[in-house]
Design a binder for this molecule. Structure first.
Ligand code: CO
Length: 242
């Protein structure tokens, strides 16, 4: 899991440096797939429930699961969410980042910053002897304090020898405490935060999820390892940690 995560962290950093106005979302998928395979990984999204690409590329009001296309060209001021995952020796990693394309508006930057910070608020209590839904509440409460819409129709998940395992990891306050976290659990924690309403809609391609009101959306995800202390960030490099 550590190595699968490390490779994916490298892939995301290379993709970050690749983003610029004028490239297509398919260019990102092609490059991302190459980065994964060059490292000995296998893209786990490709053909997953029929998904046709290796990287989910979701622009502006697209929340997640955008399908890369050579006709979709990034332009200055867009924000683009990249969700990627890979398998290494049977173990999965999964991570997402949202980047600005060139210069973006202050509103877009704030949404991206708050979404990333909501992840770190959430995992601040992700250690053994805490309960799963503490993560959910911390993420949701933080994002909602900015008036943002916290997506409820999609959630994080356990991850290991499969991409999606139990438990579900919601990004908003739950009724019960949720299961007891234990050392050795691996989770994909992934807030999806909208500038406007939390409501989302599925497009006719059966994959792309968009905000119902057309507002911007950001996504930030890492695969983490629960320990007795701070969680290990499997899909971040030491230099990525502030
Ligand atoms: Co995920």
């Amino acid at each position: 899991m550590r190595h699968a995560g490390h490779l994916l962290a490298e892939v995301h950093n290379a993709l970050r440096d690749f983003i610029k106005p004028g490239i297509s979302t398919l260019d990102i998928d092609r490059y991302g797939e190459r980065l994964i395979r060059e490292r000995g990984g296998v893209p786990n999204f490709l053909h997953y429930n029929g998904y046709p690409a290796s990287i989910c590329v979701s622009v502006n009001d697209e929340v997640v699961h955008g399908i890369p296309s050579k006709r979709r060209i990034l332009k200055e001021g867009d924000i683009v969410s990249l969700d990627a995952g890979l398998i290494w020796k049977g173990y999965h990693s999964d991570a997402a980042r949202t980047w600005g394309v060139g210069r973006v508006s202050a509103e877009a930057q704030k949404l991206m910053d708050v979404t990333k910070e909501s992840f770190f608020r959430g995992i601040a209590c992700a250690s053994a002897h805490h309960h799963l839904h503490e993560i959910s509440a911390a993420i949701g409460d933080y994002a909602e304090s900015f008036g943002y819409g916290v997506v409820e129709d999609l959630v994080g998940h356990g991850i290991g020898t499969h991409l999606h395992e139990d438990p579900q990891v919601p990004n908003f306050r739950q009724k019960g405490r949720g299961l007891l976290l234990c050392k050795g659990m691996t989770l994909a924690v992934e807030p999806m935060i909208n500038a406007g309403t939390k409501n989302v809609e599925w497009m006719d391609d059966d994959w792309t999820v968009k905000t119902a009101d057309g507002s911007l959306s950001a996504h930030y995800e890492n695969t983490i390892l629960i320990t007795e202390g701070e969680p290990e960030m499997l899909t971040l490099l030491p230099e990525d940690l502030r």
